[in-house]
Design a binder for this molecule. Sequence first.
Ligand code: SAH
Ligand code: SF4
Length: 342
Amino acid sequence: MIPSLTGLLPQEITDKLSLDINFRGKQIFKWIANGAETFDDMTNLSKELRSHLNKTSKVYSTRIKQTLVDPDGTIKLQIELFDNRCIETVLLTDADGRKTACVSCQAGCAMGCAFCQTGMIGFGRNLEAGEIVEQFFHLEKKAGKLDNIVFMGMGEPMLNLAAIKKTIDILCSKEGRNLSKRRITLSTSGIISGIYDLADNGPFLRLAVSLTVANEDLRKQLMPVTNTNKLQDLKNAIKYYTEKTGIRCTLEAVLIHDINTNDKAAKEFINFAKGIDVHFNLISWNRVPTLPFREPTKQEINYLMGKLEKAGISVTLRTKRGRTIGGACGQLGRSYAASDNT
Ligand code: SAH
Ligand code: SF4
């Protein structure tokens, strides 16, 4: 169990700290949502209680190890966990000034996608809810109030769904940060059971599925998750999600030079999208040193976009952000690898 309070709801704080007045748990919860990192900040608690809590408990279990800022405004934090592992979290600001936290849910990732830096590291462990919540609050302290949160950092969120749900309960609590559920996006490599779980049990989040290629054999090579989560079943799950929640899913595709930008790939994408209400978000592959892939050319990107648009599919291209600090999609984890080597 992580020795901190950020992963707890008000009643759990009351219980964990053995507080004699129930209301104290709510007060502490509220303080944490407002950015308090120590009990000393919580000025409506008595001095005696604060000093007792300082001796017996901790608010946070993580600390910022390094802050990196890209010229485009993207901020990447390297965060050290209580067991000395490192994870990364990113703040993205769009053209309208809206701020989005891109948080990690695992140290490393077990999925082994061939094009991803995080996949290269392998799996460390699942993060606890508090460790995810703290990423959000660390970023809010750097950048002011955030508008959105996306589970698109290190790791596969569907394989740590209990902690994700708890994180959402905490951040969306009216007694605390009161974030709207409509401002939360979860990105999965295509874990079908997780999609059904969210559709049946909630919370109803914006769902992004990292399709990348719609050819079963090629996808098995690039994304081994396909071995146990077949494309047709994935498509059925996406359909079910939209029917159940009324939410249109996003299909993400990392475009890689000479791999998934040709006519055949376009046809397979179009075929996959037939009969489901989806939006395509294309991501230019971000370079990961040591991997044998190349970034797509402008012509390749435009060709594919044109083909999808012509087929009546809604499609956008994600702007490149945070690349000089290794903070773009698929680049997270170098510091984790580094801290492992020391
Ligand atoms: N594990 C989840 C969420 C984290 S990865 C998932 O795979 O969906 C977030 C996104 O980054 C995914 O869409 C993934 O396909 C993409 N990605 C991985 N490596 C990349 C790279 N090198 N360049 C661009 N995008 C990449
Ligand atoms: Fe894991 Fe997502 Fe990277 Fe695949 S793309 S290895 S699922 S983090």
